[in-house]
Design a protein around this ligand. Structure first.
Ligand code: HEM
Length: 405
């Protein structure tokens, strides 16, 4: 059988709109709003001839798919490749790319390590680091919202929280980009990212070893689960790798996008300044409005149907979380950024059994940065164009010159 991008190609199911477009085109990855709109408008599921695959952009269907892990599995990969048919570029994640009962075991260990209590203990450190960074940035005539803050903050606090002894900021960023680009087709983005593997993967693997982790960090908590017999030592190393794969680019993107929306919506920034306790809802609305992870896939593990569409076993479905989070059928005034909205149920952190296990940390990081800005900055002034960085699964900024006054 000839595979396309590592999955079995399918014929368009009856009644499904055929749309000749490449969702991984750089123009769409950098500016996806029109694509999201049309994807939803064309139907609950759309057939994409280039990859002979289904694609979904509506809130209701994506929610159904993500909440039904028995029909729509993750163990066959959450990108275009079907791990049952094609070998993945690295050993699969034992949490993200696993189904119950294997998933239940690793998920329990990770949820324990990142419990609300564990995250509460990090909050003071996050806040003081954010305060210092914002104080320093206030002294500059202008700076890059991405390099100087959105990347600088998570790559300072997160390795410390995990307990890494050695920090290589660029390796952490590039590894995250690699993991997320690898979920897409074998385009130039994926190839360029994977070409960095030989430089980065051995370094990263080394940092995940028990002896390279400080005893008080999240990494060591995960290894303690190996001592309890809940997981093996090797699985503990794999879970620390999952922290580093999923915990850097995502928060960098979320914080960068928050700076962009606040700079481009000064009236919303005024609301945040008037009431800094809105930092958390402002971040939730940023997540809904910008969807840092724009896409994850699922694979149908049996013949089934969704919204009346027949789906064959082995069908890959590209689920556009970005489109679902702007679905007018679900969100009144969906295209409007409003920090007073309480966007409960947004899909930016996923939903169902794979819903982001690091969400408490992500929220704590973003809240610290937004609180510091709300308390210390009068105005966020845009000093140039926002440039977006294409990635097969992440929608985030590459650079955005701004000034704090
Ligand atoms: C704004 C920041 C973040 C966003 C937007 C985000 C987004 C997501 C999404 C959409 C999923 C669901 C994946 C799926 O259903 O296939 C997920 C899962 C996951 N996230 Fe996050 N994430 C963020 C931060 C973090 C952080 C800080 C960590 C680590 C500390 C983390 C670790 C994970 C892991 C390990 C999973 C897999 C969970 C499972 O399969 O049970 N994430 N994340």
């Amino acid at each position: 059988m000839t595979l396309i991008e590592g999955h079995r190609p399918i014929e368009p199911p009856q009644g499904v709109a055929v749309w000749d477009i490449d969702p991984y085109d750089t123009a769409i990855l950098t500016d996806p709003t029109d694509y999201y709109h049309e994807l939803r408008a064309r139907g609950p599921l759309v057939y994409i001839p280039k990859y002979q695959i289904l694609c979904c952009g509506r809130y209701a269907e994506i929610k159904t798919i993500f909440n039904d892990w028995e029909r729509f599995v993750s163990s066959r990969g959450v990108g275009l490749q079907d791990f049952k048919l094609d070998e993945p570029w690295r050993p699969p994640s034992i949490i993200l790319e696993a189904d119950p009962p294997d998933h239940t075991k690793t998920r329990t260990v990770m949820a324990r390590a990142m419990s609300p209590r564990a995250v509460n203990q990090l909050k003071e450190f996050f806040q003081s680091t954010a305060n210092d960074m914002v104080d320093r940035l206030l002294l500059l005539d202008s700076f890059d919202a991405v390099y100087d803050l959105a990347e600088a903050f998570p790559t300072t606090v997160f390795p410390e929280a995990v307990g890494l002894r050695e920090v290589n900021r660029q390796h952490l960023i590039d590894y995250g980009a690699m993991v997320f680009n690898a979920l897409g087709p074998d385009n130039a983005l994926r190839q360029r990212s994977l070409a960095m593997g030989p430089d980065i993967v051995p370094w990263l693997t080394e940092q995940c070893r028990r002896e390279n982790l400080k005893p008080e960090g999240l990494g060591s908590t995960i290894y303690a689960s190996a001592d309890n017999g809940d997981i093996t030592e090797e699985e503990a190393g794999m879970l620390v790798r999952s922290l580093l794969s999923a915990g850097v680019d995502t928060t960098v993107t979320g914080i960068g996008s928050a700076l962009w929306v606040l700079a481009t919506h000064p009236e919303e920034f005024e609301k945040l300044k008037a009431d800094p306790s809105l930092a958390r809802p402002a971040f939730e609305e940023t997540l809904r409005y910008t969807s840092p992870v724009h896409t994850f896939c699922r694979t149908a593990n049996l013949d089934t149907d969704i919204s009346g569409v027949r789906i064959q076993e082995g069908t890959k479905i590209i689920c556009s979380l970005g489109a679902a989070n702007l679905d007018e059928e679900h969100w009144p005034n969906a295209d409007h950024f409003d920090i007073n909205r309480r966007p409960t149920g947004h899909l930016a952190l996923g939903t169902g059994i794979h819903g982001c296990v690091g969400q408490n940390i992500a929220r704590a990081e973003a809240e610290a940065v937004l609180t510091a800005i709300a308390l210390k900055v009068d105005k966020i002034q845009s000093m140039g164009d926002a440039i977006w960085r294409p990635n097969n699964s992440i929608h985030g900024l590459d650079s955005f010159p701004i000034k704090f006054t």
